[in-house]
Design a protein around this ligand. Structure first.
Ligand code: GLN
Length: 284
């Protein structure tokens, strides 16, 4: 980056670099990274535009932009991502929390619950949010990835719910079913890997090259996690307890059919804010 620039000039230069690298939303990302480099809230950035860049800020910003040019997600560069108004620590070992997943959180919070199980908790964004919003509830998060489990724990500590949470290693319900958890949960949630192996090549470079493959795809038809959840969820649900899973927009019929076949009641499909099918729910 050219020395002696104002903040505004640095922003213009960085936006051009990102756009030239084919980064979608170049101007939004440049603003976000500049605010982060300055240590200023993004909404206050405009006030700083006429000021000179200090050499420290310029160096921080330059490195951030160089990383974004390689399509590394903004959240990996800043190390955090906002979800339901809280900051979660993220990196390449965990799925970046998505705004669509807030629909699942909203549905979960629409009814009371005391014990929640989050299958494939990743950053812990769903579980930690639910526990932070319901101070009386306790929760279990599972993940097959050790790195994810340590992220979830760290995020639980950060948001002061760690005294009400346990994080376990498991592959869906294995070996959970041996731990005496039958009938224990009045809420089971999951945002499992649902991209089909054949669809992986069509994902954006940001996602495909920088997010953990294990969190994105089942290496099959994208439905195997739902098969496992449908097969095991009745056993861990308390009578009348709810299950809510996030889905890909084309998976509603298949997942709803699996839930009905598994004997769940009140199976329903819920849209996200863009009107796409996003969550399937059922009752034990
Ligand atoms: N539960 C986490 C989330 O919703 C992780 C999901 C995943 O890794 N597939 O972001």
């Amino acid at each position: 980056m050219t020395p002696g620039l104002t903040v505004g000039q640095a922003l213009v230069q960085a936006t051009r670099r990102l756009a030239a690298a084919g980064v979608e939303g170049a101007s939004r990302d440049a603003r976000w990274l500049l605010a982060w480099a300055l240590g200023t809230p993004p909404e206050r950035l405009t006030l700083a535009l006429p000021e000179p860049m200090t050499s420290d800020t310029a160096a921080r910003f330059d490195i951030a932009i160089a990383r974004r040019v390689t399509h590394e997600p903004v959240s990996h560069i800043t190390g955090r991502r906002l979800f339901w108004g809280r900051e979660f620590a993220v990196d390449r070992d965990v799925l970046d929390p998505r705004p669509e997943t807030e629909v699942l959180v909203e549905l979960a919070l629409a009814e009371p619950f005391e014990r929640v199980l989050d299958l494939g908790t990743g950053t812990g964004c769903i579980l930690v949010t639910l526990l932070a919003e319901r101070p009386e509830a306790i929760g279990t998060g599972t993940d097959i990835s050790a790195a994810a489990r340590s992220h979830a724990w760290g995020n639980a500590v950060r948001h002061r719910v760690s005294d009400r949470v346990e994080i376990l290693a498991s592959d869906w319900f294995r070996p959970l079913d041996d731990r005496g958890i039958a009938g224990r949960f009045d809420l089971v949630v999951s945002n499992p890997p649902y991209i089909a192996a054949a669809e992986m090549a069509g994902l954006s470079r940001d996602v495909r090259e920088h997010e953990p493959r294990l969190a994105l795809t089942d290496e099959g038809d994208g439905l195997s996690a739902y098969r496992a959840i449908a097969a095991g969820v009745e056993k861990v649900l308390a009578p009348g307890g709810r299950v809510l899973v996030e889905i890909g927009p084309a998976q509603a019929r298949a997942v709803a059919a699996m839930f009905r076949q598994a004997g769940l009641d009140d199976v329903a499909v819920h849209p996200d804010l863009d009107g796409r099918d996003r969550v399937v729910s059922g009752r034990g």
